[in-house]
Design a protein around this ligand. Structure first.
Ligand code: ZN
Length: 171
C-alpha cells in the first residue's frame, strides 16, 4: 500500500490542485505536467458544448484551428479526449486540464468509476465510502432477486422443452 503519499503524511504545494491530492506519485507527476501546460489557457480556448462536453483548441502552435472533442462523461460513462496522450495513457491530458481550469466543477462531473479507479487512487482512501454506497444501492432496488428468479424460470422452461427430432442424414 502506498500510505506515504496520502494527506496525513504529506502537505501539498498550493500549485497541486485538490483533485490530485491522495493519488499515486506517478499519476500526480503525469497530471501536474499537463496542469502546468494548460496554465495559460483561457475561456477563448474552450467551447462548452454541454456540461459534460467541450471543444478545446489544440495547443499546437502550427494548427490553431484544430479542436479536440473532450467528454467528462461520454456514452460509455467514461471521460474521453481525442488526443494521442489520452488514447495512450487514459490519464487527464492538457485538454481535459483546460476544462478543469476553466470550469472548476468539471472534475466533480467525471464519473466516480473513473475518479475512484484504483489506478489513479491510493488504495487506503476509498474503502469505507465505497462499501457504504454499494450497500445502500442494493437495498433500494432489489435488482439481484429479480434477476435470479427470472433466470431460474427460464432454465426450467428450457429443460422441459421436447427435444427436436434428429434430421435424417441423406446419403
Ligand atoms: Zn486530450
Amino acid at each position: 500500500m502506498n500510505v506515504g503519499a496520502s494527506d496525513q503524511h504529506k502537505k501539498y504545494d498550493d500549485s497541486v490542485p485538490s483533485f490530485l491530492h491522495n493519488r499515486p506519485k506517478t499519476v500526480v507527476q503525469h497530471c501536474m505536467h499537463r496542469w502546468i501546460d494548460s496554465e495559460n489557457s483561457t475561456l477563448d480556448d474552450i467551447d462548452q458544448v454541454s456540461s459534460l462536453q467541450f471543444l478545446v483548441k489544440s495547443f499546437n502552435e502550427v494548427n490553431k484551428t484544430l479542436c479536440y472533442e473532450v467528454f467528462l462523461e461520454n456514452e460509455s460513462g467514461m471521460p474521453s479526449c481525442q488526443c494521442m496522450d489520452w488514447m495512450n495513457k487514459h490519464l487527464p491530458c492538457k485538454l481535459l486540464m483546460t476544462g478543469f481550469r476553466q470550469f472548476p466543477n468539471s472534475w466533480n462531473l467525471i464519473p466516480v468509476i473513473y475518479r475512484d479507479n484504483p489506478y489513479i487512487c491510493l488504495d487506503v482512501e476509498s474503502f469505507p465510502l465505497d462499501s457504504a454506497e454499494d450497500t445502500s444501492g442494493f437495498d433500494d432496488d432489489n435488482i439481484s432477486e429479480v434477476h435470479i428468479s427470472s433466470i431460474e424460470g427460464e432454465e426450467y422452461r428450457i429443460e422441459s422443452l421436447p427435444i427436436p427430432p434428429r434430421q435424417r442424414i441423406k446419403h
